[in-house]
Design a protein around this ligand. Structure first.
Ligand code: HEM
Length: 261
């Protein structure tokens, strides 16, 4: 199955905790020969460092553990600050660790290409709180996610993907930019399938978790050329619950997009 078609598992739309095993280095190692990704990352981090990077002083050991891993295993130069590592690594990265009850909380990271959320609003909060805005996610997956993170095996990257549809090919969808959602009339060559490739890696020394995100953008007219991906997307959009379509800012256009697929 092609990677695009694999985004849309058989059956109606649902949230799932399907994870594949991979090598952390394969995910985090630089692969953008043009250098454009890191140039854009640096631009956002210079323009507004507080918006795109954060870490509380007491959580520095999480950063140190990742910076050492990055230098040793991913062939990137040593960084000493969260902003520095944010300019060096191509993926966005978030650092989590358990609180005294064992619940995983977001401690910091560098997030230059957010999919509609603001790091500063989520820092210090639990995953349940962070996922609270996604309709139906916690009731379906909160406890499997917590369990999974609690027994994450070191040395492996656990990979998963989220997808959405945007009306522009911008990597940075920070809410402060107020980029408009897709609107009618729609055309496949003016919409993008936005894929978040995600990796979860255990940090054995600190007991934390590294969460990496790489964004890929595919214009929908290109996606539609692949029959299995086209059919998978059509089925996912058709069967998605109304409140999930609204959360994904697709409620105004989904029928029109389905009609074009
Ligand atoms: C380990 C398994 C995880 C699963 C199965 C999962 C699943 C999901 C899903 C299905 C969504 C909705 C996205 C969409 O449909 O558009 C979502 C959103 C989100 N997830 Fe996760 N997630 C996981 C881990 C994490 C971790 C470790 C973080 C770390 C911060 C995180 C942060 C978020 C955020 C910030 C959003 C967007 C919320 C918003 O719109 O404000 N997730 N997640």
């Amino acid at each position: 199955m092609s990677p695009l078609a694999a985004l849309f598992p058989d059956g109606d739309y649902r949230f799932h905790l399907t994870l594949r095993r991979g090598e952390p280095a394969d995910f985090f190692r630089p692969r953008d020969r043009s250098g454009r990704v890191c140039t854009e990352r640096a631009r956002w981090l210079v323009e507004n460092p507080e918006r795109y990077a954060a870490l509380r002083p007491e959580d520095e050991p999480l950063l140190q553990e990742v910076a050492e891993m990055a230098e040793r295993d991913w062939q990137v130069r040593r960084a000493t600050t969260v902003r520095g590592l944010g300019e060096t690594l191509e993926p966005d990265f978030l650092l989590l660790s358990p609180d005294e009850t064992g619940a995983f909380r977001l401690r910091g990271g560098a997030l230059c290409f957010p999919t509609g959320w603001a790091l500063e609003e989520k820092i210090g909060h639990t995953l349940d709180f962070i996922h609270g805005v996604v309709p139906g996610l916690n009731s379906a997956l909160a406890s499997p996610i917590q369990q999974f993170l609690g027994k994450l095996k070191p040395g492996v990257a656990f990979l998963r993907d989220n997808w959405g549809i945007t009306a522009n090919g911008e990597l940075n969808q920070h809410p402060a930019r107020a980029l408009p959602p897709p609107t009618l009339p729609v055309a496949l060559d003016r919409l993008w399938l936005r894929v978040e490739h995600q990796a979860l890696v255990a940090l054995p020394r600190t007991g934390g978790v590294l969460f990496g995100i790489r964004i890929a953008l595919h214009r929908l007219d290109e996606v539609a050329k692949e029959p299995a991906a086209r059919e998978g997307l059509r089925r996912a959009l058709t069967s998605m619950p109304a409140e999930v379509a609204a959360y994904k800012r697709l409620d105004a256009v989904r029928d029109a997009v389905v009609a074009l697929l």
